[in-house]
Write a protein that binds this ligand. Structure first.
Ligand code: SF4
Length: 252
């Protein structure tokens, strides 16, 4: 699939920026540590559900020391409304222990250090870097991956490749906002199952939409030619019936 030109990428992003001026991280947090925990909890869960859980969780356990002192079984009780809660409990406790051992209880500001923490992948690291520390980073979640591929900002199902392809096409200062715009667009318009292409403000740039239009045109052509063949066949049969009837009449 052809990728969007840089000029069209800029125009397309300008439209998304206009449509979603308030796009920002949907997870609630007051500091980098809370964002790290909230993002770790958000795997395979909605942000709304995570916010419901963290409201009481952060009041009960505000510091890494609090989690490091827990057993996974105790933490599981606080986060059991979320998917993968057993694994998440273990990872959060192990991460907090490591934060205390290696970083004086602070969240590191380097991607390499972040991804060394248990349960922290590149996506979580990028969310923390961009939203907690204001550093240029583009986290690729399921929405970003889908929308970027459909529009033509990327051509890969591998999140790291998507990140590299999108980042290489837009200026650094747009990496973080582009992440939010693409997520908002994916949630509100370009959903996985039924994208609302007819209402989409970036359809003029979208490669998926162009392909869809081409296919629809082709289908229409096929249907029209099938209809013509049928009509011709029908008219030939009716000619044949008339001439048979005429022949019968004249022989009488
Ligand atoms: S035109 Fe359709 S597929 Fe393309 S971005 Fe818009 S909603 Fe998504």
């Amino acid at each position: 699939m052809a990728l969007l030109s840089r000029a069209n990428t800029r125009r397309m992003l300008a439209k998304l920026a206009e449509a979603y001026p308030d796009a920002k991280c949907a997870l609630n947090f007051r500091n980098p540590f809370e964002l790290l925990i909230a993002t770790m909890l958000s795997a395979q869960c909605t942000d709304e559900r995570v916010n419901m859980v963290t409201q009481s969780l952060f009041a009960k356990y505000p510091r890494p020391e609090d989690y490091a002192a827990l057993t996974p079984e105790i933490l599981q009780k606080d986060i059991k409304q979320l998917g993968l809660f057993r694994t998440k409990s273990e990872n959060i406790i192990a991460t907090c222990k490591l934060l205390l051992e290696k970083y004086h209880g602070q969240v590191p500001t380097s991607r390499d250090d972040l991804v060394d923490l248990p349960g922290v992948g590149r996506k979580t690291a990028n969310v923390v870097l961009s939203n907690a520390f204001g550093m240029p980073a583009l986290a690729v979640d399921t929405h970003v991956k889908r929308v970027a591929n459909r529009i033509g900002l990327a051509n890969s199902m591998n999140p790291e490749t998507v990140e590299a392809e999108v980042c290489s096409r837009i200026p650094e200062e747009l990496w973080s906002p582009a992440h939010h715009w693409l997520i908002h667009h994916g949630r509100r318009v370009c959903s996985a199952r039924s994208p609302k292409c007819e209402q989409c403000l970036v359809s003029e740039f979208c490669q998926y939409y162009k392909r869809l239009q081409k296919e629809t045109k082709l289908q229409k052509k096929v249907l029209e030619s099938e209809k013509t063949v049928k009509e011709k066949h029908k008219s030939r049969s009716s000619d044949k019936t008339t001439s048979t009837a005429n022949a019968a009449k004249s022989s009488n």
